[in-house]
Write a protein that binds this ligand. Structure first.
Ligand code: TRP
Length: 336
């Protein structure tokens, strides 16, 4: 049976939070257990440089994200789990792709356009102020991540769809010039995977500073859940589930019957304090076994390193011969 290559990466610029967990990591680990799937999950550490010039932070975030995947039970015998920077063929491919990518394609990138628009709104004479070539060509490195493994499916958030489309464009262009080498990747947007709201009700995100880190100690988790914003309805007053962060977070952790039961309790006027307690119990029950593993993993960076090195070796059994093929295709190879 032909295997479907499922690939996704996480940029190493922060501490994983509940939103990353329910939106990306939990579904990716589920997907890795399906038969017929060959999963490739990686730490996008070269992508981190685009947003973050703090070496300590990039390093620490890589450790935390790696420990998170392992603590949550990613089976590294089945999945190929690696650091982007440990597979140098990715960077080499990135240059080959850069040379077939139209600048105009990159001009259309949402992330780039948003920054230009910000500069223009601020009446800067330089529309490109603060924009590095890393940010500008970010989609090309991302294309290399996918194309080097001929990924079929790429589970990502909606904000990344454009990048997958660009990867398809870039792959087609390379294939057109040098022959069929790349599979065109497809974005997978999981509608069931919830987008969690943060403490203030906006989307949970590092940039809003409203996150609940995934593996904070139990006490701290309770404290943070208590901080989630609610309205001022009193106990006994019926409450809306729609648009309620406590409810939507509960939904991401509970089964259908439990959710139906909580719906009833909202109608019956459950107190916010009580709902926060219920939510804490639910989230904590799911997280706490992994939290213990996380705490011991984070104190054993050697073990994590070993796993990543094994992953890199596995990854390079694919990328090394593929890169030789690609170099040949573009005319860069030995004289005999
Ligand atoms: N750009 C992605 C993000 O910020 C991370 C990423 C890098 C990625 N390379 C990738 C995701 C390749 C999927 C495939 O979320």
């Amino acid at each position: 049976m032909t295997q479907t290559t499922v690939l996704t990466g996480i940029t190493t610029t922060g501490t994983p939070h509940l939103g990353n967990y329910v939106g990306a990591i939990r579904p990716a680990i589920e997907a890795s257990k399906e038969t017929g799937v060959s999963p490739f999950y990686f730490l996008a550490d070269y992508h981190a440089l685009i947003k973050c010039n703090d070496p300590e932070k990039v390093h620490q975030s890589s450790l935390e994200i790696a420990a998170t995947w392992l603590a949550l039970g990613l089976d590294t015998d089945n999945a190929t789990f690696y650091r982007q920077s440990d597979v140098p063929e990715i960077m080499e491919l990135s240059w080959m792709l850069t040379c077939v990518t139209a600048k105009g394609l990159m001009n259309r990138s949402h992330a780039y356009k948003a920054m230009v628009a910000e500069n223009e709104a601020a009446a800067n004479n330089d529309a490109d102020k603060g924009i590095t070539m890393g940010l500008f060509s970010y989609p090309i490195l991302m294309a290399a991540d996918m194309l080097i493994f001929n990924a079929n499916k790429v589970p990502v958030g909606k904000d990344q769809i454009q990048h997958i489309e660009m990867a398809r464009d870039i792959a087609s262009r390379f294939n057109h010039i040098y022959g069929e080498h790349f599979t065109l990747p497809e974005a997978i947007i999981d509608d069931k995977a919830s987008i969690l709201s943060g403490l203030d009700g906006r989307k949970m995100s590092k940039s809003y500073n409203n996150t609940i880190p995934l593996f904070v100690p139990e006490k701290k988790l309770k404290k943070l859940i208590n901080k989630i914003k609610t309205n001022s309805l009193e106990p006994g007053e019926p409450k809306e589930t729609e648009g309620c962060t406590l409810f939507s977070t509960y939904q991401a952790f509970a089964n259908e019957e439990e959710v139906a039961e909580i719906r009833k309790q909202y109608a019956a006027g459950i107190a916010w304090g009580e709902m926060k307690k219920v939510l804490f119990e639910k989230v904590n029950a799911e997280i706490s076994p992994a939290r213990e593993r996380y705490d011991s993993l984070i104190n054993d960076p050697k073990f994590i390193e070993q796993k990543l090195q094994e992953g890199a070796v596995k990854a390079r059994t694919i990328t090394t011969p593929f890169l030789i093929e690609l170099r040949k295709a573009i005319g860069i190879h030995k004289f005999s």
